[in-house]
Design a protein around this ligand. Structure first.
Ligand code: NDP
Length: 331
């Protein structure tokens, strides 16, 4: 591998205000500085990749750019740890935002971004989870740290058919929780039940309303959508319950009153999977590759090649994406 070696990447270019994604031939020399060069075999698709690919400047400032906030593969050059030949996962930090990401066959990143592949996993399996699975795991971990337990009552998962939501449903069901999946895709109800949801309700369960509080029906919740649905969800949480909030597909604004917090002691728990210490990521990767393994999500995941990225990323922006999509560079 020399600086002049070439590789393929799905790059996004700005042309007259339009953002066009296409496969390009790149050179290793053009990758950013970093201690570790990784041959990426697999990446995974996330909502943030769709934002980057559509020119969202809050995610990616400069184009042309290679998106892909997730990558898994083999270290081919390193200053030390991780060693050459080791298999690693890289998620979050600046990968795929303003650092060339996993939609290219190679990435170069700081050593401190790399997590060693958990025993028993290959790159394809790791990317069934990717940032979405990691985030679902972090949400569940936060609820458990707050003392959430199946005996307390139902746990709601909003955006349930999405990449984060579907993994959250399966982990919670595995842990014995009675999971209510909140989903806008009625055609996806059977798939959500197969993941372990005991009930599937429509998004109208979180339809914005004027009442300051509602009947408390959920002991706890994982919210992946934010916006007005999150405000409605907070009104329906039982006393002392918690909502782990990680997403904003329904909007970044949260207009609520303090009533759920001061009348019912509800906890709103923010979840970040991007900038947290590597150790915190490692702990969830270990759980996902062990007791929290989601066999059903792994089986249901769809694998695509670079030529299918454009359509798949557009589906995210329309809220039409379901489950996990893995990018296989050899596909
Ligand atoms: P997906 O697009 O896969 O899933 C989001 C789901 O939300 C959709 O499938 C849909 O599910 C539902 N949805 C979509 N649009 C709306 C809407 N307008 N109103 C209500 N529900 C809607 O995305 P991900 O699961 O990958 O990500 C979910 C969110 O989490 C995103 O905002 C993402 O940016 C965020 N995220 C945050 C991370 C962090 O570190 N905090 C890390 C990873 C993701 P359904 O049809 O079933 O209702």
């Amino acid at each position: 591998m020399t600086n002049n070696s070439e590789y393929k990447a799905w790059r996004v270019t700005e042309q007259d205000g339009q953002y066009i994604g296409a496969e390009e031939t790149c050179r290793i020399a053009d990758l950013p500085e970093g201690e570790v060069l990784i041959k990426v075999s697999h990446s995974s698709l996330n909502y943030k990749d769709a934002l980057s690919a559509s020119g969202n400047k809050g995610v990616t400032r400069n184009f042309p750019h290679t998106p892909g906030i997730d990558a898994a593969g083999e270290v081919v050059e390193s200053g030390g740890t991780p060693a050459v030949g080791s298999k690693v996962i890289v998620t979050g930090y600046d990968l795929g935002m303003n650092t060339a990401g996993g939609f290219g066959e190679y990435i170069r990143v700081p050593a401190g971004w790399c997590v060693e592949m958990p025993a028993g996993w290959d790159a394809a399996t790791a990317m069934v989870y990717g940032t979405a699975g990691l985030t679902a795991g972090l949400c569940v971990e936060k609820l458990l740290q707050m003392g959430a337990a199946p005996a307390q009552g139902k746990v709601a998962v909003s955006g349930a058919s999405g990449a984060v939501g579907s993994v959250a449903v399966e982990i919670l069901a595995k842990l014995g929780f009675e999971v209510v999946a909140i989903s806008g895709k009625s055609a996806h109800a059977d798939a959500l039940k197969a993941l372990g949801a005991s009930e599937v309700v429509g998004r109208d369960a979180l339809e914005p309303g004027k009442k300051p509080m509602l009947k408390p029906v959920f002991a706890n919740a994982v919210d992946t959508v934010g916006g007005a649905p999150l405000a409605e969800l907070l009104k329906q949480i039982m006393p002392g319950g918690s909502v782990a909030a990680c997403g904003l597909v329904a909007g970044p604004q949260l207009e609520t009153t303090v009533l759920p917090f001061i009348l019912r002691g509800v906890n709103l728990l923010g979840v970040d999977s991007v900038e947290i210490p590597l150790e915190a990521k490692k702990s969830v990767w270990q759980k996902l590759s062990g007791d929290w393994a989601c066999a059903k999500a792994e089986k249901a995941a769809r694998t695509i090649g670079r030529s299918e990225l454009d359509a798949a990323l557009r589906a995210f922006l329309k809220g039409e994406s379901a489950g996990k999509i893995v990018l296989d560079h050899s596909h």
